[in-house]
Design a protein around this ligand. Structure first.
Ligand SMILES: [Zn+2]
Length: 399
């Protein structure tokens, strides 16, 4: 096999979620995909030695809304979920489409520059997919259904070309905003491909689903003002994820986003179903002051992924900053658990664990590199997840 178009990267430290941390290994890419991971650099292959720092699989941002990028800073989260929803729907209509497209394109380029390989992106228009591919990013675009009729997602599909995935998944906005019969139909439409839904994000959502409380009443009013009456939802009187379980929409192809308000029973349901959960730590903390019960979820064996959510609720789309926020919120977590959420966990959530999230032959690039100052083996992963990088992280495409 000719090595002439191959490119080899090596660094002081190399990390893979399955193999752990090693010193001085190399990763060879050809045409954007990994062809070999070697314990030492191979002779005769063009090599870039990145020196001090951590070379690792490209990150998987398991939840964002690229097309909301133009709302950066417009709706500051103030731990008032319903208030934020109200401001968001006021800010969105009548916006300048060119400006929104430019903001989304800029965000996609930034994601690629900081070492993201694959994005799970929620869309209401389908416009972001091309912008992500232009930036060299693989993506699963989830067309999001809302209410009784809004947006009918196209069939789910996974298409690869030039080493980039252009995937389409099916999303339902949330158990409180999509009628139950439609929820079941959407899940059936996704089949064996990824299905995504926001759930258990706020106390307001839980109260609304159970039919009590001041925050629940505020959410009910908000939905009614948007034309969605409680009666139309055909609710079960159950908590959000319990409701999803009762509707038969939880299985290993389901990606539940947020889960801040999960009960113990709901954690068990997620684990038993094989569904994945995506945390968006900064968005969750900003909008609700809390994050999902991470320890319970890890103990139960739920596959966890990390996402940034959109620029309407997060200050930037840095998954590195999400790792640091999670580390700060849950200081007892092992750094490798957090790194796994940002790589293999996201890939698994999308059914793509052979293609993303790990350094293995046949996986798609780009890789990620986190520059560090000189440090001992025990400090490396801690520094990476704790925000202790020496300079900006990078994506490595092999060209
Ligand atoms: Zn979202």
């Amino acid at each position: 096999m000719s090595e002439d178009r191959a490119m080899q990267y090596t660094a002081r430290w190399v990390w893979d979620p399955r193999q752990g941390l090693s010193e001085g290994a190399s990763v060879i890419l050809r045409q954007g995909s990994i062809v070999e991971v070697a314990p030492r650099p191979r002779a005769g292959v063009p090599t870039l030695d990145l020196e001090e720092g951590l070379l690792m699989p490209g990150l998987v941002n398991a939840h964002t809304h690229l097309e909301l990028s133009f709302l950066a800073g417009a709706v500051p989260p103030r731990q008032d979920f319903v208030g934020w929803l109200e401001q968001l729907v006021q800010a969105r209509p009548g916006h300048d489409k060119d400006l929104a497209a430019r903001a989304a394109a800029r965000a996609a380029v930034e994601l690629a520059a900081m070492g993201v390989a694959c994005v799970a992106d929620i869309t209401n228009t389908g416009r972001a997919q091309a912008l992500l591919a232009e930036a060299g990013l693989s993506a699963v675009s989830f067309f999001e259904a809302l209410g009784e009729r809004k947006v009918e997602p196209p069939p789910a599909a996974m298409d690869w070309s030039d080493g980039i995935l252009r995937g389409f998944g099916v999303a339902a906005h949330a158990p409180y905003s999509v009628p139950s019969p439609r929820l079941r139909a959407l899940k059936a439409r996704a089949g064996g491909l990824p299905f995504c839904i926001h759930a258990a994000e706020s106390q307001a959502e839980v109260e609304f689903m159970l039919g009590y409380g001041r925050e629940g009443a505020r959410l009910e009013e908000f939905l009614l003002a948007r034309g969605l009456a409680r009666q139309a939802l055909d609710l079960s009187g159950l908590r959000p994820v319990w409701h999803l379980e009762a509707m038969g929409v939880l299985n290993r192809h389901t990606l539940v986003v947020h889960g801040v308000q999960l009960s113990q029973e709901e954690v068990r349901m997620l684990a038993a179903s094989g569904a994945s959960l995506c945390l968006c730590p900064r968005s969750n903390l900003g909008l609700t002051g809390a994050i999902a019960p991470v320890w319970q979820l890890i103990k139960a064996g739920v596959n966890l992924a990390l996402g940034t959510d959109s620029l309407a609720s997060a200050p930037d789309l840095s998954l590195w900053a999400e790792m640091a926020a999670l580390r700060a919120a849950e200081p007892g977590l092992r750094p490798e658990d957090i790194l796994t959420m940002a790589t293999l966990g996201g890939a698994r959530a999308l059914g793509l664990e052979g293609r993303f999230g790990g350094l293995l032959s046949g996986a798609a690039g780009p890789l990620a590199f986190a520059p560090l100052t000189r440090m001992g083996r025990r400090e490396v992963l801690e520094a990476v997840v704790g925000g202790g990088l020496a300079s900006a992280p990078r994506g490595l495409t092999g060209s």
